[in-house]
Design a protein around this ligand. Structure first.
Ligand code: HEM
Length: 264
């Protein structure tokens, strides 16, 4: 009985921490889609996230706690499973268990390796410092191409306006000027490297496989699995996983094909 109780609790921990992580992933995917709007929008968004200060750390610590709980509980469930069945089945029946559900632990381990690499690449900046170290000038809250005068970087004070079919270059009063991380350039220069792009595409495909089973499994654990809705839950879970994967994969693909980042 206590085994059953602890197993139910473990499954709840898996479901709740998984939902938090999927929630982050949805937000992260939507945020990343701003790359298609342009450099200024994307860098403003990245600077906004960096500027969250303590709140950013609250989110980070919540994510780390969820990842750790998710991993330790999955190992516990696996070990409990073996303990409850000390003699291995002579024949494993794979009739019902799909490929994705049988390989959750393996896709999970590979996703963890991908996330560690991703953090070293885009957050810490140590995986590829050449791609990470790009900064830009921001004048009056808008990113600006710095003019290089004999090696000296000065923020440009000009903007263009079009009136009656003619374009004028006018001088604008500089109200503020600062330097910020050029996250857009970091992503574009990184994904122009086909090996990096392929690593990301593989990582995201593995993530999608993990999610298809994970989301429907969470619904089941939380008791939202009425047979009448089972078809919808499976379809919705597959659709969300594919949507996240297509959005994320579209980034390296558009950069590799030159659709995004051409001017850089
Ligand atoms: C093509 C796919 C992806 C792109 C282009 C991308 C882009 C980025 C960028 C640019 C950052 C740094 C933001 C900044 O510090 O300004 C970042 C951070 C991060 N990404 Fe991704 N990401 C992708 C996929 C993923 C996936 C699949 C996951 C999770 C499974 C993920 C999890 C994270 C996490 C946890 C952070 C750190 C957030 C923080 O605390 O600062 N990313 N990503």
């Amino acid at each position: 009985m206590s085994y059953l109780k602890s197993s139910i609790l473990s499954k709840w921990v898996m479901a709740v921490t998984g939902i938090v992580l999927v929630g982050f992933l949805i937000g992260h995917t939507v945020g990343n889609m701003q790359l298609f709007i342009g450099s200024d929008t994307f860098n403003t968004y990245a600077a906004f996230l960096q500027g969250l200060g303590e709140l950013l750390w609250v989110v980070r610590i919540t994510l780390i706690v969820c990842v750790l709980l998710h991993i330790f509980t999955s190992i516990k469930l696996k070990l409990d499973n073996y303990a409850a069945r000390p003699i291995k089945y002579q024949y494993k029946s794979y009739l019902k268990a799909k490929l994705t559900s049988r390989n959750m632990i393996w896709t999970g381990i590979m996703i963890l390796a991908f996330v560690v690499y991703h953090l070293l690449h885009f957050t810490v900046g140590t995986a590829h410092p050449d791609y990470y170290n790009h900064y830009e000038s921001v004048v009056n809250e808008k990113s600006a191409v710095a003019i290089d005068t004999q090696g000296e970087q000065i923020p440009p004070t000009f903007k263009t306006i079009t009136q009656d079919g003619k374009t004028y270059v006018i001088q604008e009063e500089v109200k503020s000027a600062k330097t910020r991380h050029n996250t857009y350039k970091m992503v574009v220069t990184s994904f122009r490297n086909p090996i990096i792009s392929i690593c990301y595409i593989i990582g995201v495909i593995l993530l999608a496989f993990h999610l298809t089973h994970a989301i429907q499994s969470a619904f089941q654990t939380l008791g939202l699995n009425h047979p009448r809705y089972f078809g919808y839950i499976t379809a919705g879970s597959n659709l969300l996983s594919i949507l996240i994967a297509v959005c994320l994969i579209s980034i390296p693909v558009s950069i590799l094909t030159g659709i995004v980042g051409g001017a850089i």
